[in-house]
Design a protein around this ligand. Sequence first.
Ligand code: NAI
Length: 327
Amino acid sequence: SKKPVRVAVTGAAGQIGYALLFRITSGEMLGKDQPVILQLLEIPDEKAQKALKGVMMELEDCAFPLLAGMEAHGDANTAFKDTDYALLVGARPRGPGMERKDLLAANAQIFTAQGKALNAVASRNVRVLVVGNPANTNAYIAMKSAPDLSRKNFTAMLRLDHNRALSQIAAKTGKPVSSIEKLAVWGNHSPTMYADYRFATIEGQPVKPLINDEEWNKNVFLPTVGKRGAAIIEARGLSSAASAANAAIDHMRDWALGTKGKWVTMGVPSNGEYGIPKDVMFGYPVTTENGEYKIVEGLEIDAFSQERINLTLKELQEEQDGVKHLL
Ligand code: NAI
């Protein structure tokens, strides 16, 4: 049987954590034959640590055959020791009256410390997914704080936007989600993201002429996907957690196990692809193989798409400029 791998999860007692840990441990992320050791991080606060203990009791009570070990931590420097996969979910939420720059600064502090901890103690091949918002900028900060690790190992979660877009296209066309290929989501995990179905196909047929409705694209599809998080808060009274956890599972599974040529969306540091400045943590269509992602290159960018890409890039650069002095 396989040697266990170490999976660190931060914010492990939060609502995404609760929807995520059981699925990781049942084998949905890394395979039904891959034992895992969970290294769970929460803030040192007594209440959070107690809640984390409760989640761990439930994980025990599932008697998962793949659970090879489990630890609770209050410090990233121990939580990330030798970790092979790190899912950075915990972040500072926006409090009442908190300004955007204060939110960025609070998260910059968290992700600088966590990037340094990964740099110091994680496996040299650790694969990092940042879920906590602002996800792209937090991933950028962690990457910049970990100079000894490959920048390719830091990613941000755009997969929820990708999955939301897939299901909207499936509903519009009346086709199963699983039949849709070659969807791309560009940019920031925020309402400025650009979900782009110009290259998408269903059973080999191009989606764009099938939908043939530019008004729907601009005035229904893009706003629906972009504002979906807010719509869920409005309906549920709580932010999306199960669908976010599901997207994190999809992202890590595809990264680790490969997409067999299928496109998925990941937030990854640019090397200049599509004119995005180097290091900007940008949503791109990618394929993955042997544990490595590859950005899909050579796609044509029309005027409307360029406009949307510029808009989401501008927002990301403003976020990154806002934390520059803290790095
Ligand atoms: P939550 O508030 O239920 O849980 C967050 C947990 O993180 C809390 O238990 C908190 O104690 C912990 N935490 C805070 N700072 C920490 C730190 N420095 N180290 C370790 N743990 C820490 O929030 P929820 O719903 O689980 O969401 C988590 C994050 O995910 C939020 O930032 C949210 O905005 C983001 N999110 C991102 C999505 C994406 O698509 N990228 C989608 C949905 C949510």
